[in-house]
Each structure stands twice: as C-alpha cells, then as structure tokens.
Design a protein around this ligand. Structure first.
Ligand code: SF4
Length: 284
C-alpha cells in the first residue's frame, strides 16, 4: 500500500482562487523544490525567520505539533512542510490511514459538497505514484472535486497523467490545478520557476489557472511578462492576482491595491480568506 509523508491534514474553507469559500479537506504533503525566502522582503534580500525558528529556538524538539510552531511574516508561510529540520512533524501515512482520518474530520463523516485540496510543499514533487492508491480507496469514491495547489514546475509522469485524465472524465468529477507560479519576489530564479510548457500539459487533464502573488507594481510587471510567456506557449486558463501576506497586517496593506490592479487589467482577484478569517494559523 502506498504511503505519503503528510505535513498537515485538516478541514477548513478554501481561502484562495476558484474554490474560495468552499469547505475543503486540505492534504498538505511534505517536500518542496523551492524555498521562496524572498516573500515579504526587499528585492534581493531573503527571510531568515524560518531558519531562526529551526536554529535559534531554545529547543526545536519541544514542538510536537504544527499548531505549536510560530507563524512567519516573511518567506514561505508553510516552511515546516518542506524544511528538513521539521520533517519529524510529518508522519508517513498509508492511504488507508489518510482516508480514515479524512472521514473523521469531514463534518458528516462522508463526502457531501466538500472538495479536496492536495497542497504542499509541492504536492507533485514526490508523491505522484502514491495518489492513485489514495484516490481509488473506497472512502474517496464520492469525492467530486480535487485541486492540486502546485508551483507549476513538476511534469506529470505519463502514468499519473493517464490516471488523472480518466478520473476527470468520470461523470460529475472535476480536477483543477491551481498554479502559483513564483515570480522574482519569491526569491526563486525565473528560469526555474516559470515553466509554461509544464503548465500547458496540466491543461490536457484538467482545468488550470495561474495565481500570482503581488506586493508591488514591479511584481505586477513581472506577472505580465510571465502571463505573456504562458500565453505564447498556449495556456488558455484564467489568471488571478493575489495579495502577498500570510499575516493580517501585511495582507491588509495591499489587498485593495491588488484588487484594483486586477480590475484595471481585466484579471481575476483572489483573496486570502484564511488570513482575515483565521489569521492564517496552522490548520486553516
Ligand atoms: S513553492 Fe510554495 S511551499 Fe514551496 S517554498 Fe514556495 S511558497 Fe513554500
């Protein structure tokens, strides 16, 4: 039976993108190919918040659960889902154990109108071989909608692509890729982060949209270049702009500006409902 290293498994409301407001089970897998240490920092600088938590905290082993970890206001807000220093907080679970837990956290212990978000970390990095076993489990049969929240850099294996194509073609089922492509403000390199041909391939098996995190006009200029690159590769989906800000003070500084920017340019605006609603705490 397949196993997946699970950083978090929780029930909340999707706060971003196409399914904003939809009750959702979040399956956060462990591992990412990026660090995104530039978020919330002046250009060219990197955040040390997560590293400081790992190395200057009196006793890192005192953290037994995600909820005990400090939130960060710069860098990747889900740092514990990929930093090796926190790997022991993420157990390897069988698909049976994962689906049992999902049934426990669903309010009616069965799938009704909830949707499944497979997020990370980067969920397409290491677990593509394990998802069919998970999704074929009898407890997942009534699930109708899945979103992969990905950074858009991982190619689908031919086997997984075929599996997803079949899953998506079943009556009433809908597969979505929410691609949060990383602009230079993330601190990642353009040539490693903006891979239009990878994202266009996702469109062969599901609905795909792009989501850009914006803090400044310069970020938007970068987003425009990226959008042009995706379009010229044949990308057909919607594009969302989303304000930077894992903490309320930062988010509140630019959410209206980003909404106005989206309106002005005929693009979609995505909020981060988890920030005003739940302060972006772990498990929300
Ligand atoms: S791609 Fe996502 S999970 Fe990975 S480091 Fe960047 S923000 Fe964090």
């Amino acid at each position: 039976m397949s196993k997946i290293k699970i950083a978090e498994l929780f029930y909340s409301i999707q706060g971003e993108g196409r399914y904003m407001g939809v009750p959702s089970v979040f399956l956060r897998t462990f591992g990412c190919n990026f660090k995104c240490a530039g978020f919330g920092m002046p250009r060219g600088e990197t955040s040390h918040e997560a590293v400081d938590i790992a190395y200057t905290h009196v006793n890192i082993e005192s953290f037994q659960k995600y909820e005990e970890l400090p939130l960060v206001s710069t860098g990747c807000d889900s740092y514990a889902s990929w930093m090796p220093e926190f790997k022991d907080l993420s157990p390897m679970l069988t698909s049976e154990a994962i689906t049992d837990r999902i049934m426990e956290i669903l309010p009616h212990n069965e799938w009704l109108d909830e949707h499944l978000v497979i997020t990370g970390g980067e969920p397409l990095l290491g677990w593509q071989r394990a998802y069919p076993d998970l999704l074929n489990n009898s407890k997942m049969k009534a699930l109708k909608e899945i979103t992969f929240e990905t950074n858009g850099t991982q190619k689908l294996t031919p086997e997984f692509k075929e599996y997803l194509r079949k899953w998506n073609s079943e009556v009433g089922k809908e597969l979505t890729f929410s691609v949060s492509a990383k602009l230079p403000c993330s601190g990642e390199k353009w040539e490693e982060a903006i891979l239009p041909e990878v994202v266009c391939e996702y469109e062969e098996v599901g609905t795909v949209y792009l989501k850009f995190v914006i803090a400044t006009e310069k970020d938007f200029a970068d987003a425009e270049c990226a959008i042009a690159a995706y379009r010229s590769a044949g990308f057909k989906g919607h594009v969302y702009l989303m304000p930077v800000g894992g903490v309320e003070s930062v988010y509140a500084m630019n959410n209206k500006n980003v909404a106005l920017l989206a309106m002005k340019n005929g693009l979609r605006y995505s909020d981060r409902l988890q920030v005003p609603l739940f302060k972006n705490e772990w498990g929300t």
